[in-house]
Design a protein around this ligand. Structure first.
Ligand SMILES: NC(=O)c1ccc[n+]([C@@H]2O[C@H](COP(=O)([O-])OP(=O)(O)OC[C@H]3O[C@@H](n4cnc5c(N)ncnc54)[C@H](O)[C@@H]3O)[C@@H](O)[C@H]2O)c1
Length: 131
């Protein structure tokens, strides 16, 4: 499937590269050109074991690309996966980036699947992330 991932941080980039390795057509979008430019030539800005090798492989297969062009990526997508940051301060969660994504998605005038991985950062007692 054609998947647009919004936010190329730990969650978005790792999900995107793995989905591309599974055979999906993935576009990872981020606001930051200093993140996107190195990704496009196979250099991840985060450390994750095996990620550089897998990124190079999915770039070579043309199943993965990185861009700052959100609207164009959404136009092509069957699925949008939101993975933008949700920083917390003094117990409050900042959802402004998620709202910004929602406004951009609302401009697409056809139905498609939206998945939200962005969530409150709150590890449960078992050390797992909760939504
Ligand atoms: N569901 C889960 O299991 C799980 C696990 C860990 C984290 N999370 C959540 O996933 C989200 C992402 O976490 P992360 O660790 O990858 O964050 P991160 O800070 O590493 O990455 C977020 C990226 O989003 C980009 N961004 C921000 N606003 C944007 C916008 N409007 N358009 C495009 N890109 C934008 C930032 O530039 C950044 O590169 C957070 O909400 C976090 O709480 C979920």
């Amino acid at each position: 499937m054609r998947i647009a991932i919004i936010g190329a941080g730990y969650v978005g980039l790792v999900s995107g590269v793995c989905l591309a390795a599974e055979g999906h057509d993935v576009t990872c979008v981020d606001l930051r050109n200093d993140v996107i430019a190195p990704l496009s030539v196979g250099v991840p800005h985060i450390h994750e074991r095996g990620l550089p090798e897998l990124l190079k492989s999915v770039l070579a297969s043309a199943r993965f690309r990185a861009t700052t062009e959100l609207h164009a990526s959404l136009e092509m997508a069957e699925i949008a996966l939101i993975a933008v940051g949700t920083p917390a301060e003094n117990g409050a969660i900042d959802l402004s980036a998620v709202r910004q994504c929602a406004r951009q998605i609302a401009l697409i005038s056809r139905p498609f699947l939206i998945i939200c991985r962005s969530s409150r950062r709150a590890p449960s007692s078992r050390g797992q992330w909760t939504r």
